[in-house]
Design a protein around this ligand. Sequence first.
Ligand SMILES: [Zn+2]
Length: 255
Amino acid sequence: MLIDTHSHINFDSYHGDRAEMLESARVAGVEKIVCIGMLPEGGREALALAKANPGRVYASVGCHPYDAALLDDAMMADFETLLREPECVLMGEMGVDTVKAEVPQDVQERAFARQVELAIRLDKPVCIHSREAFPIVERVIRGVRPQGWRGFAHCFSDGPEEALKWRDLGFLISFAGQVTFKNAQKLRDAVKALTPQDIVVETDCPFLAPTPHRGKRNEPAYVALTAQCIAEQWGIPVAEVAAHTTANARKMLGI
Ligand SMILES: [Zn+2]
């Protein structure tokens, strides 16, 4: 059994076949799926999917670094309302992106810090988007609370050194489909530096479909391919990767 800790199954890409997509995930052994809702609108969509699929789909809500300039008091209040729903088990994605975000870095940092403060107050784990931004993200996190976090580095895209630093901060490291890409040796080296206790798996679907689906629409069923690739790095059965990552995700999310 697997848990996809980060998906966007509320997106229009699944408009025509969402029920079939969820069924394929079940057949592939994907027991639970977290739907990451961006901004309150996305959060409401994620929550509706969670309520319609109890025990199978869970919701998250937050302000992506791309949207950091939109975060205000009203939005924070909307987030709090959504996060008080039992199906909303995670806050995010949130963080800092120095590659694609057009929002100034100080604005991203402030939006990130406000959100981690709310997550702590509500005792929710956090899903962090860090793109070529680990030192900045680390500074914000240590500024709010130095250690003892519940949460994960979503779609981890750095190397072994950063992976171990995330672990030291108390976070799980989440691998997505890129770990299967030919040119991603750095990511596979990061896997090798970690243990089954340290990681979770995700799709970030509809983006980043693993090999052999690269370039096509991704979906939760394919998280099994990511788990398979990780099992090969460690030389252990994929069932063992599934058991550990599922236990890690359940503990972090309280599900
Ligand atoms: Zn995402």
